[in-house]
Design a protein around this ligand. Structure first.
Ligand SMILES: CC[C@H](C(=O)O)C(=O)SCCNC(=O)CCNC(=O)[C@H](O)C(C)(C)COP(=O)(O)OP(=O)(O)OC[C@H]1O[C@@H](n2cnc3c(N)ncnc32)[C@H](O)[C@@H]1OP(=O)(O)O
Length: 320
């Protein structure tokens, strides 16, 4: 209720750029004791992020929606805590239209507020992952790619920062923006049919969805240069050799099930523990050492001595 009120009050500022300090200011304004009552903060933080997105990006969202085709679909399984995002535009090899970029943002918003989740699979419909930007959309926004780029940086960064262990499950092609999307997940699993290409050079462009920044962090500077400057389309062996891929799945029909099984093996803890682990790792990657240690301590404190911890230490366990 309080949140709705804040939207109403600040609605005249809709097109004002709202940055992190404004967001923190709003949180302080409406939750002045938030620093003490930390338990409430993540929930409102998520809502604020959603609101922040619709304020800052409202014009871009409106423009992107004008380029229809396909959908990006979210399925949340509360029993396993695993969600699946499916890129769905099979007539165009799952090319991502303007409307689908907005769909993806909505999926990410929903996942930011999904407190029961611990894992995420990002996949494509009908045995292919994603052939990149829909060339129909691309042709129509040639005069202003910067807005799309800004929006997709925002969306893929939020996808990467979700407190869920995420896996890109690649069957068939992941090209251009499709290849960039796989870098926004923690892990990459591929089938023997997968072909991954940062083919942007062939279109005389660089990456537009944040792919280079993340790729340098993931496979290093030189390998990133090799991949981007050649526009090579990698088969499974090459993708594995270059360090882009964590596992090659069997060549059978049940790719999604295989992906889920693999992911559950990497989400062994409870929902809380898994989310804490992911957040600790993000802090280790993004913050300087002192700030990361502080965050690690805060997260540690949030699980130490809880019911599950107490139960685990009360039994005689052996981890051989
Ligand atoms: C910042 C990101 C950047 C951007 O936004 O500009 C990019 O993502 S750049 C990358 C853009 N992607 C491409 O250039 C890929 C182009 N497509 C292909 O190379 C092939 O279609 C391939 C290899 C994905 C699949 O080849 P295959 O022989 O198996 O199938 P078809 O070529 O017959 O494709 C079937 C059908 O899909 C249409 N299609 C495929 N990709 C796209 C796309 N990216 N945008 C729009 N449409 C696409 C293709 O034209 C065919 O349509 P049809 O009407 O049947 O001719």
């Amino acid at each position: 209720m309080m949140f709705r009120k804040s939207v109403y009050l600040f609605s005249p500022l809709m097109d004002l750029k709202i940055d992190r300090s404004t967001e923190d200011f709003l949180l302080r304004l409406y939750y002045p004791y938030d620093g003490v009552g930390l338990k409430r903060r993540p929930k409102y933080h998520g809502l604020t992020k959603t609101w922040q997105c619709s304020c800052t990006y409202s014009k871009i969202i409106e423009q992107l929606r004008q380029h229809p085709g396909g959908s990006v679909d979210l399925l949340k399984d509360n029993n396993t805590g695993i969600a699946t995002i499916t890129i769905n535009n099979p007539e165009k090899k799952n090319a991502i239209s303007g409307k689908m970029m907005v769909d993806l943002e909505e999926c990410v918003s929903e996942l930011e507020n999904w407190v029961d989740g611990k894992g995420l699979i990002l996949t494509g419909k009908d045995k292919t992952f994603c052939s990149g930007g829909d060339l129909g959309t691309v042709r129509n926004i040639l005069s202003n790619g910067d807005d799309m780029c800004k929006f997709m940086h925002h969306v893929t960064t939020r996808l990467y920062n979700l407190p869920l262990i995420s896996v890109a499950l690649v069957d068939g092609y992941a090209l251009g923006g499709g290849a960039e999307l796989i870098t926004a997940c923690d892990f990459r699993l591929i089938t023997p049919r997968a072909k991954i290409g940062f083919i942007h050079v062939k279109l005389n462009i660089g990456t537009g969805f944040g792919g280079t920044t993340r790729l340098v962090q993931q496979i290093g500077r030189i390998k990133t240069l090799q991949v981007l400057s050649s526009g090579m389309v990698m088969n499974t062996d090459l993708a594995k050799k270059i360090g882009l891929v964590d596992e090659i799945l069997d060549n059978n029909e049940n790719t999604l099930e295989q992906g889920k099984t693999w992911l559950l093996e990497h989400c062994k803890g409870s929902v809380t523990t898994t989310r804490v682990i992911k957040q600790m790792v993000l802090a280790g990657e993004k913050l300087d050492t002192d700030a990361s240690l502080l965050e690690e301590r805060k997260l540690f404190k949030s699980v130490w001595g809880n019911k599950l911890h107490a139960a685990a230490v009360s039994k005689k366990s052996k981890h051989s």
